[in-house]
Design a protein around this ligand. Structure first.
Ligand SMILES: *Cc1c(COP(=O)(O)O)cnc(C)c1O
Length: 234
């Protein structure tokens, strides 16, 4: 199937999942994950209506940035503090803020560029506790610390990667727990946060994520096909 056919198929599945959760297709943003794919493939996706792309490596963003048509860039992978400076003026949303150390570096670089950086706090599965529990307490602590210490950061919501399971239904309680934290802040009227984005769901589990309330999904393989990881080893 072509990239165009794949996008059409995902849009349809996304629409149906949105409807099952009482929402419309346009309430859920499809972010095309373009890691290890070429600028030509990315531009083809943009020609098919993709408005937002996700990359997980700073290096790849820098290599492709000038060769890709105008689009919103999302950094979705682990971000090393020493690389923040390269992307601070390029990406629209950083999904993967999981430490105050990283947030402080983003704060510093955003201040230098006289901008406010939009970020999501990444919620991780708790290591101990129940199998699909999340670090809700750590998440609250991190959000609070960023609000207090980082005036050049605006927290737009949460991101998570569900634990990999054989049965996607097992991810459902995990998504529901993250949604519950999201709702708590969404109702926060203090003005310290601006929760609007709940980024969860990938090729294998995005329908379950949307059913549980995701409003941004990150889909790579189902649009572009399998990634050639050998390229990465060079
Ligand atoms: C690669 C990646 C995705 C997309 O994964 P697919 O299974 O190819 O859809 C989504 N989120 C993150 C953080 C990723 O690194």
């Amino acid at each position: 199937m072509s990239i165009r056919d794949n996008i059409a198929a995902i849009e349809e599945r996304k629409r149906q999942a949105a409807e099952r959760s009482g929402r419309r297709a346009e309430d859920v943003l499809l972010i095309a994950v373009t890691k290890l794919h070429t600028p030509e493939e990315i531009n083809e996706a943009i020609d098919c209506g993709i408005t937002d792309i996700g990359e997980n490596k700073v290096q790849e963003i820098l290599e492709k940035y000038d060769r890709v048509k105008p689009v919103r860039w999302h950094l979705i992978g682990h971000l090393q503090t020493n690389k923040v400076k390269y992307i601070i003026d390029k990406v629209d949303l950083i999904h993967s803020v999981d430490s105050l150390h990283l947030a402080k570096e983003i704060e510093k670089r955003a201040a230098q560029h006289d901008k406010v950086m939009d970020i999501l706090v990444q919620v991780n599965a708790a290591e101990e506790e129940s199998k699909f529990g999340i670090g809700a307490e750590e998440t609250d602590q991190l959000i609070q610390a960023i609000c207090e210490q980082c005036p050049h950061i605006r927290i737009k919501g949460l991101m998570c990667i569900a634990p990999l399971t054989d049965d996607v239904e097992e991810a459902r309680p995990f998504f529901a727990e993250v949604k519950a934290i999201y709702d708590r802040y969404r109702g926060d009227k203090s003005g310290k946060t601006d929760f609007q984005v709940l980024s969860m769901g990938m090729s294998n589990d995005f329908e379950v994520a949307v059913e549980e309330g995701a409003n941004a999904i990150r889909v790579g393989t189902a649009i572009f096909g399998a990634r050639n990881y050998r390229q990465e080893e060079k």
